[in-house]
Write a protein that binds this ligand. Structure first.
Ligand code: FAD
Length: 467
């Protein structure tokens, strides 16, 4: 257990020659996140310029039993990157690309590098990271610490699965290298910054033909939408499934009149090509969309940054300042035809639409990323642009009910979003793997240096289970 930082501890840390800020704006920023719902207290912000500086600071904290919380860009939304009462570590200055090996198809970079930087470095070689998130401004370290999913996760799974080697600073302040099945690698990929801080990583790349054609398809029923995605998943390099609401007006409910919608199911199905653009008849053969709405060509840079305009709009509308109770959940695909319409019905229309669905490859994934067992899985994500503060209590109540529905169907929450997890919740989340989650923490961070508001209960054993 760590203790609270005192002014004397901060002075002693600063005297090590590390880059420490006590400035109010920096502390305020590090005490909140994109979610805007959970808050903590950053007593200072450390922004190391090298892995050696970071290791020195962690060794200091371990010796004095003090705590640190790693932060990439703070785009998680449930307190993952917020200290309860401790020093925030801003990883964003560790942002260099250290090398690309086109023959081996790998890239090595520091963990605070953004996906946009990787895209710029790899694309001239005709290569790309296997799985990139839609938001290219997230850090590599922050993304693989929760998983990282994208529109080609049906082929490659999580971004974290592409990490072939890394260096991390453990809770003792040691700098260790790890690769393959090394326990340190398993402890930090999907480990929400609990066992060690990733300083650099080597990522597998894929060959990427220069051009892409995207078909925008719309279905009026969940079943053909799902079966087309599943049956033709190998044909398309990218598959973006989403749910689209056609609002039908207000209807009576036990709680008064409420807006309601007829749901449609969209699919942006993308093929990569080099010379000739794929023909729609061939590309969509055997598929059953209600409408083929649009087709569009782009190059790899334009495609990878296709969501930038949405994020710019969020910024212009001031949406970043409002709460984001984002809910992402891994679900068994077999449950979706029954489950998804019920979930859509239960989601308040104040959350908007565009809820995403991505199929996940069944190949081996980092063990700390909890998934429904025994079959094909998909990521379902409710990612509202923002929720007006007066509506938040009602929205959270509805999301708790939806969370229950998802967990009862065997779902496992993706740890990037807004979560309300107590000790029992963490145990349920990991199931049998909870013991190894705790053991990895004990092994690499025995003094409990690393933690956050979200993970403060991660190793608590509920009283009923402890007896
Ligand atoms: C607009 C938007 C779009 C998004 N799109 C996607 C998407 O397409 N796909 C997707 O998967 N996610 C997406 N996300 C969610 C996002 O991937 C996660 O929230 C991710 O963790 C954010 O990266 P970050 O750099 O902000 O990390 P933070 O939120 O700062 O940190 C996340 C966690 O990682 C830990 N951490 C950070 N750096 C390190 C490190 N170097 N070593 C160890 N632990 C570390 C932190 O302590 C924290 O627990 C999106 C989020 C937003 C706001």
């Amino acid at each position: 257990m760590s203790r609270d930082w005192l002014a004397a501890d901060l002075e002693a840390l600063a005297s090590l020659g590390v880059s420490l800020s006590l400035e109010a704006t920096a502390k305020r920023g590090a005490s909140a996140d994109f979610g805007g719902i959970v808050h903590g207290q950053a007593v200072a912000v450390l922004a190391p310029r090298s892995a050696e500086e970071l290791a020195r600071a962690v060794a200091f904290a371990a010796e004095r039993e003090l705590s640190f919380t790693a932060r990439g860009t703070g785009r998680s939304s449930g307190g993952q990157s917020i200290p309860s009462h401790g020093v925030s570590i801003d990883m964003s200055r560790l942002d260099r690309v250290l090398g690309i090996d086109p023959a081996a198809r790998t890239l090595t970079c520091e963990a605070g590098a953004r996906w946009r930087t990787l895209l710029a470095a790899t694309q001239p070689h005709g290569l790309l990271p296997e799985v990139m998130p839609l938001n290219l401004d997230l850090t590599l370290g922050g993304t693989v610490s929760v998983g990282g999913f994208g529109s080609n996760s049906h082929l490659y799974g999580f971004s974290a699965a592409s990490v072939v080697a890394l260096e991390a600073v453990t809770g003792r302040g040691e700098r260790l290298q790890a690769s393959g099945a090394d326990p340190l690698l398993q402890a930090v990929l999907g480990g929400v910054g609990r066992a060690g801080l990733i300083t650099s990583l080597t990522l597998r790349l894929r060959r990427a033909p220069p051009r892409l054609r995207t078909f925008f398809l719309l279905y009026d029923d969940v079943n053909p939408w799902l079966s087309d995605m599943r049956a033709h998943r190998a044909r398309f390099q990218h598959l973006d499934g989403f749910c689209s609401a056609s609002v039908q007006g207000m209807r009576s409910t036990p709680r008064g009149r409420r807006p309601f919608a007829k749901w449609f199911y969209g699919l942006q199905a993308t093929l990569e090509y080099t010379d000739d653009a794929p023909d729609a008849d061939v590309a969509l053969a055997g598929m059953r969309p209600t409408y083929v709405v649009h087709a569009e060509d782009s190059d790899q840079l334009a495609f990878a940054s296709r969501a930038d305009a949405r994020f710019e709009l969020m910024s212009q509308l001031g949406a970043f300042a409002h709460p984001h109770p984002w809910l992402e959940c891994l679900l068994p695909v077999a449950a979706l035809p029954q489950l998804l319409p019920r979930v859509l019905e239960a989601l308040p229309l104040a959350l908007g639409d565009g809820h995403r669905l991505a199929l996940l490859a069944t190949s081996p994934q980092p063990p700390l990323i909890a998934q429904p067992s025994g079959g094909e899985n998909a990521m379902f994500a409710v990612l509202p642009m923002s929720v007006p503060p007066p509506l938040l209590p009602g929205v959270l109540e509805a999301l708790r009910a939806v969370n229950q529905l998802l967990l009862q169907a065997g779902g496992k929450r993706y740890l990037a979003g807004y979560l309300e997890l107590d000790g029992a919740g963490w145990q349920r989340h990991f199931g049998e793997a909870h013991a190894s989650f705790v053991a990895l923490k004990q092994r690499f961070d025995p003094k409990g240096v690393f933690g956050s508001v979200l993970t403060s209960t991660a190793e608590t054993v509920p009283a009923t289970d402890a007896s």
